[in-house]
Write a protein that binds this ligand. Structure first.
Ligand code: KIV
Ligand code: ZN
Length: 514
């Protein structure tokens, strides 16, 4: 295969994925995901929108300072302040990229930007030149390209390439495109723009009509050579194109698509679980590639066929995306070195105090649970790191009484910035009582939008992984907690959400338009 047959995988889980309501991540969580992406051999990791908040800047910088094998990218609107902040965050990257964008559709130019098309071209050119003065690798995106006029796209893209952009992204920002039409747009742009050969054409599809992956693949057939995607399809509204689906479609149907990626697909499942654990967005069981049922054959005819010859009903092997890792990996006699090395295989690097704390939690868990699986380790690390982080609210103790015929009651002690407070409350169940007792102390005024419990592994000794989504004043956060006792896991998740509420809000790149 020639280099022109390679599709660059640009992962935006840490930026567009993080824009899903409630999916915000700390810098340290971003770095853990970035390490898993680097292990997957993702070409470009979009680590955030550096100007959005001090936390976002720190997250991009942390990823840029530590990731060596993937290019690290920051988003920036087409204004000097954004571009300078992105460059600052990327200053120590081994390989950095500034991704600047401006909207190009009539509706965005008229109502959001309130600018004439000529002014938009001028601003795009200025932004690309500014970015090029600070970074050799510059990507330019025409926001809402999916609803932009093709003649205008040709003009602005030609000007952006002349100004120094080396990647041109054609986002279907609102998920409006249909595969053959989107492919036709890419084909026309490649044919009509005189300097198109000086840039890589990229696609970035949202999933509002459930077509993000189909649109991306159609664009690849038409000549696009970068696909922007996210793990588990995380992203704004209905999400972005799912990395695992794009990559496995390209690998499985190489006969038809004739392209390849650099992705080491056997690490896909671990990355999926990490993202789901950190963001609290569970993966639906029937999700392609990474859903629990993706390789489960229920019908007798299918089972019989697979046993006789796997390819009768399976188009790819479960092992090729990492399902073989779903085995008992550790037990109470496993030592610290084995623990550390298994974490490293899962893309989790812990040192010093963090490693000590996680190992102590592992030993506690091993006393309660006979077999410890990869999923347990991932949840345990998330939970340990959340507890190690400086937090406003911490759970000190919890006691619940629940008996048929009586009203469940919870008594708990919280530490609030080091000072202990206790409360008791009754509720319709032990979890409800626990949340009411927490609120008796916190009085947060937040509304509970979602409560979900997921058994991390099989068996009644499984850890329960709880997600609590709280909303206050339009801000949404997802808190997570894991424990073999689901009431304790629920209390941890609720407190985690309250702690996240304390962290400053950030700007949204597409809402705060230039
Ligand atoms: O969807 C979109 O248009 C984006 C751009 C900022 C690339 O996320
Ligand atoms: Zn997007």
């Amino acid at each position: 295969m020639s280099s022109n047959d390679r599709v660059i995988i640009f992962d935006t889980t840490l930026r567009d994925g993080e824009q899903s309501p409630g999916a915000s991540m700390t810098g340290e969580e971003k770095l853990r995901i970035a390490r898993a992406l680097e292990r997957l051999k993702v070409d470009v990791i979009e680590a955030g929108f550096a100007i959005a908040s001090p936390g976002d800047f720190a997250g991009v910088k942390l990823v840029a300072d530590n990731i060596k094998d993937s290019t690290v990218c920051s988003l920036a609107r087409a204004v000097d302040a954004d571009i300078e902040r992105a460059a600052e965050a990327l200053a120590y990257a081994n390989s950095g990229r500034i991704h600047t964008f401006i909207a190009t559709s009539p509706i965005h130019m008229q109502y959001k930007l309130r600018m004439q098309p000529e002014q938009v071209i001028e601003q795009a050119v200025r932004a690309v030149k500014k970015a090029r003065s600070l970074c050799a690798d510059v990507e330019f995106s025409c926001e809402d390209a999916g609803r932009s006029e093709i003649d205008f796209l040709c003009r602005i893209i030609e000007a952006a390439i002349d100004a120094g952009a080396r990647t041109i992204n054609i986002p279907d920002t609102v998920g409006y495109a249909i595969p053959h039409q989107y492919a036709d747009t890419i084909r026309q742009l490649l044919e009509r723009i005189p300097n198109a050969d000086k840039a890589v054409f990229s696609v970035h599809c949202h999933n509002d009509l459930g077509l993000a992956v189909a649109n991306s693949l159609a664009a690849v057939v038409a000549g696009a050579r970068q696909v922007e995607c996210t793990i588990n399809g995380l992203g704004e509204r209905a999400g972005n194109a799912a990395l695992e689906e794009i990559v496995m479609a390209i690998k499985t149907r190489q006969d038809l698509l004739g392209v390849h990626t650099r992705i080491e697909t056997e690490h896909i499942l671990a990355a999926s679980r990490l993202v789901s654990g950190i963001t609290g967005f569970p993966v639906q069981p029937n999700k392609a590639i990474v859903g629990a049922n993706a390789f489960a054959h229920e019908s007798g005819i299918h089972q019989d066929g697979v046993l006789k010859h796997r390819e009768t009903y399976e188009i790819m092997s479960a092992q090729s995306v990492g399902w073989h890792a779903n085995k008992m990996v550790m037990g109470k006699h496993s030592g610290r070195a084995a623990f550390r090395s298994r974490l490293e295989e899962l893309g989790i690097v812990l040192e010093g105090e963090e490693l000590n704390a996680a190992f102590a939690r592992f030993k506690e868990l091993a006393d309660k649970k006979h077999e410890i699986f990869d999923e347990d380790l991932q949840a345990l690390v998330s939970d340990t790191l959340a507890e190690e982080a400086p937090e406003h609210y911490k759970l000190v103790s919890l006691e619940v009484a629940s008996k048929t015929g009586t009203t469940p009651e919870a008594r708990l002690v919280l530490s609030i910035d080091g000072a202990q407070r206790d409360a008791a409350a009754q509720g319709s169940g032990p979890v409800d009582a626990t949340f009411k007792a927490i609120e008796a102390i916190a009085a947060s005024d937040a509304t509970l939008q979602l409560y979900s419990v997921n058994a991390i592994t099989q068996g009644t000794d499984s850890q329960g992984e709880v997600t609590v989504r709280l909303e206050k004043g339009g801000r949404i956060v997802n808190g997570n907690g894991a424990d073999t006792d689901i009431v304790v896991a629920s209390a941890k998740a609720y407190l985690n959400a309250l702690n996240l509420m304390q962290v400053g809000a950030k700007a949204h790149p597409q809402v705060e338009g230039v």
